[in-house]
Ligand binder design. Structure first.
Ligand code: KIV
Ligand code: ZN
Length: 388
């Protein structure tokens, strides 16, 4: 993998962490359609599945490995030989294979999940990486629940797995627990205290339990991480994962961060709709970047501003995410400027009509309806069918 110090690698886990959402399971052909769309989007790594989890997942990783040629294909495994064997088997056709293996790193997980000790878990982590290295060169290690792990122990674990051959070290905030400053400081601590850290890429993998997944991922990137794990529409376990479109558009909007990636952002809107439909997970209207209302202006003050100059109330050009243009929604909160805009769009010569009078009638109608559509405007101007 190339090492440009400001290049951010986009690791998409829609097909693995995203697909763990109840009711959102995908068939292998659906995964292939999404995988190909992710390849066109320009992601660097596709986490294709968790082969030991089911024969279907195993088969999906095989099929995606055969078809996807540009991004790295990654398969998840626990720190167990059987898991790693199956991940390696599923990746045998991949042009760029990666095994993602790991184990819990917080005392909570060590004690209650593994009934073990820090020393024993560290040994198992190293063994898993060494074992995965027998099959593939590219091995990513995840320190599960790193968000709640003791930083000094986490640093020891990370140093040991890099020495064992890990090429990427993933620091998951598995439970979405951290505050952005805390998570950023954790990444900085690893950068400053793990002797061999420059031999691996640090990856951030944040969950959204407190609504902080994107903020935490950004804090990680600003403190030295260079891979971000995310999903389309932010889908994933519980409250979800970091949303790919949010991180990518933050990086694009804040050029002064000087962090770049390979994503063709114009594909975002279409891909979001495809994932939402196939995974039966509607996108909330106010979802940043790709929600139905993300580029819809409905208050009179904002509409007037946008009609004078788009950037008064739009920090993103809708075309950059694949939306033709923003919308001016006509409601009882709209002003004359918005009404004039829509009448002109429908071909009326506004100089020749009494706008004040039309606006009065418009308000009467708008008070009775949530939104005024084109048919309503035609009716208002005296040539249309009543749609009420
Ligand atoms: O959230 C998490 O810790 C994970 C790991 C398996 C990478 O998804
Ligand atoms: Zn996760």
């Amino acid at each position: 993998m190339l090492h440009d110090s400001n290049r951010i690698f986009i690791f998409d886990t829609t097909l693995r962490d995203g697909e763990q959402v109840p009711g959102s399971q995908l068939t292998t052909p659906e995964k292939i359609i999404i995988g190909e769309a992710l390849q066109s989007l320009g992601v660097d790594i596709i986490e294709a599945g968790f082969p030991i989890s089911s024969p279907g997942d195993f088969q999906s990783v095989i099929e995606l490995s055969k078809i996807i040629r540009e991004p790295i294909i990654c398969a998840l495994s626990r720190a167990k030989k059987g898991d790693i064997d199956l991940a390696a088997e599923a990746l045998k056709y991949a042009k760029h294979p990666r095994i993602h293996t790991g184990i819990g790193s917080s005392d909570m997980h060590i004690k209650y999940k593994f009934n073990s000790t820090r020393e024993e878990i560290l040994e198992r982590a190293v063994e898993a990486v060494k074992y995965a290295k027998k099959f593939v060169e590219d091995v990513e290690f995840y320190a599960e629940d790193a968000g709640r792990a003791d930083n000094v122990y986490l640093a020891q674990m990370i140093e040991a797995v890099i020495a064992a051959g890990a090429t990427v070290v993933n620091i998951p905030d598995t439970n979405g627990y951290c505050l952005p400053e805390e998570y950023g400081a954790k990444i900085r601590f690893l950068k400053e205290n793990v002797k061999n850290i420059d031999q691996a890429i640090i990856s951030v993998h944040c969950h959204n339990d407190l609504g902080l997944a994107t903020a935490n991922s950004m804090a990680g990137l600003q403190n030295g991480a260079r891979q971000v794990e995310c999903t389309i529409n932010g889908i994933g376990e519980r409250a979800g994962n970091t949303s790919l479109e949010e991180v990518v558009m933050i990086l694009k909007t804040h050029r002064s961060l000087n962090l770049h990636n390979n994503i063709n952002t114009q594909h975002l809107y279409k891909l979001s709709g495809m994932v939402s439909r196939m995974m039966r997970m509607p996108v909330q209207p106010n979802k940043a970047i790709i929600g139905k209302n993300a580029f819809a202006h409905s208050s009179g003050i904002h509409q007037d501003g946008v009609l004078k100059h788009r950037e008064t109330y739009e920090i993103i050009n809708p075309e950059d995410v694949g939306i033709d243009q923003s919308e001016i929604i006509l409601t009882a909160r709209s002003g004359r400027h918005a009404l004039k805009h829509h009448l002109e769009r429908l071909g009326y010569s506004v100089d020749r009509i009494d706008l004040d009078h039309a606006y009065e009638r418009f308000l009467e109608m708008a008070d009775k309806k949530k939104e005024i559509k084109d048919d309503d405007l035609l009716l208002l101007m005296g040539n249309g069918n009543d749609t009420t």
